[in-house]
Design a protein around this ligand. Structure first.
Ligand code: BGC
Length: 449
């Protein structure tokens, strides 16, 4: 049962990736069928992160009241309905609305699915959950690039966009049968049901052990509402952490990653590559590199530490983006392969550092009582910045030119080097309670992070 639940949460991560990645290969075909302006191209592409802002807010206000399972069921329905509507789109605006719906599902499920999994899994595997969910996102992006390539030969963008209907239906069938989170059940005063669920996911546990788990959940129940109040973010140390996380996501997005993930074939075409199939093969290479380096990051992050890896990532991302910008300025078709090298090296530095680290920091830094709220605000900032970059890219590229636009991303990465150097904390090897302790004492002395 536990394995099936983990698989279910993983499919939510996968859907996040496919629905985000699929548009890159569909866009060149959509442009043949519909008339786009720079603004409508940006808004249709950015509709997913834009919808996700509202999805995350929706999850924040419903997940404790109604439970994890109803929210995830609703997400699966939105995923299925959105994919179907996107595949059947008859205009730019109908496609944009379909992508807004998909975005809302992504925004809500990316907060609730890892939470559900972490609450249902035994403590010893909880740590792997954050990184596993991230990995599934990158696998989803790669799957979308492969699907785009496969359907590019027939030019069927409707199949590309409709592909995620399959995992969405699997999710729907799974979540309807899955149990509610035992932690939520205890918080809702339904201890007996919570015990029944725990018994199905941990069949080897004895009756005493199950009592102990329920007791532990109860003792973790927020006793004092003041502990959990939004106003605690006014405390200097907590305010510092919130600003640190929000800025980490700002820089993650303004490094330009999603311009590559959403517009790779178009960038390659402008860099001198010929033929959609060739561009899509190169795009698949980018997706595969993203997956493999994310696995590498999961291995090295505990050895090298968060701080050095964060600084290293910004330095590499800065150099790679600068190379891409300079090549666009030179505008020499013979150097197309060098642009590809620049994009690959950027994705390497992103996936080893800028990609996973802000998510990891956000799940480690906030004290337990405020973790849900802190994570929600940080991920809303992720979506907002993601939307701004994806929406603005076609507009900026048309207005300022590609060289200048990539130059601006390079400048953000340069700022990131200073930022990581000055503010990034080291949390390697500390248990969560020790991190809580450090923050609490910093808060008392009024020191910001
Ligand atoms: C970012 C996403 C991005 C993905 C690429 C994540 O860490 O938040 O916006 O598309 O990495 O792998």
């Amino acid at each position: 049962m536990l394995f099936l639940i983990a698989l279910l949460a993983a499919i939510f991560g996968f859907l996040f990736g496919t629905d985000q990645g699929v548009i890159s290969g569909a866009l060149p075909l959509l442009k043949k069928e519909f008339v786009f302006t720079a603004q409508s191209e940006g808004f249709m592409t950015g509709a997913v992160p834009f919808g996700a802002i509202f999805g995350a807010i929706l999850a924040l206000v419903t997940v404790d009241r109604f439970g994890r399972r109803p929210v995830l069921t609703f997400c699966a329905i939105l995923f299925a309905a959105g994919s179907l509507a996107a595949a059947m789109a008859f205009s730019v605006w109908s496609l944009t609305v379909a992508r807004l719906v998909i975005g809302a599902a992504i925004g809500a499920s990316s907060l609730v699915a890892p939470m559900y999994l972490a609450e249902i899994a035994p403590a010893r595997i909880r740590g792997a959950v954050v990184s596993a969910f991230q990995l599934m996102i990158t696998i989803g992006i790669l799957a979308a690039f492969v699907v785009d390539w496969a359907f590019s030969f027939t030019g069927s963008w409707r199949y590309m966009l409709g592909f995620s209907l399959v995992p969405a239906m699997i999710c729907l069938a799974g979540i309807v049968k899955a149990p509610e989170s035992p932690r939520w059940l205890v918080l809702a005063g339904r201890d007996k049901q919570a015990r029944d669920v725990l018994k199905t996911v941990q069949p080897e546990a004895t009756a005493e052990r199950l009592d102990k788990i329920v007791e532990e959940i109860e003792s973790g129940r927020p006793g004092d509402p003041a502990e959990e109040s939004w106003s605690r973010f006014k405390e200097p140390a907590l305010r510092g952490l919130l600003i640190f996380s929000v800025l980490a996501f700002f820089l993650q997005q303004f490094s330009g990653i999603n311009v590559i993930m959403n517009y790779a074939p178009r960038i390659l075409e402008n860099a001198g590559f010929e033929g959609l199939a060739n561009e899509l093969v190169a795009t698949m290479g980018i997706g595969a590199l993203n997956v493999s380096v994310t696995i590498l990051a999961m291995i090295v992050v505990d050895r090298l530490g968060r701080r050095p890896l964060f600084i290293f990532g910004f330095v590499g991302a800065f150099l790679s983006m600068t190379l891409v910008a300079v090549l666009f300025q030179l505008n020499d078709n013979n150097l197309a392969w060098l642009s590809l090298l620049g994009l690959f090296s950027f994705v390497f530095f992103f996936a080893i550092s800028l990609g996973p680290l802000p998510w990891l920091y956000m799940s480690e830094l906030f004290p337990l009582a405020l973790r849900g709220k802190g994570m929600a605000i940080a991920s809303i900032s992720n979506w907002l910045c993601n939307f701004l970059v994806v929406f603005l890219f076609p507009v900026l590229a048309a207005g300022l030119g590609e060289a200048m636009t990539f130059g601006m991303f390079a400048a953000c990465c340069a700022f990131g080097i200073w930022y990581a150097w000055t503010f990034a904390p080291e949390t390697r090897g500390l248990v969560l309670e020790e991190i809580d302790q450090t923050i609490a004492s910093a808060s008392e002395t009024g020191k910001t992070s």
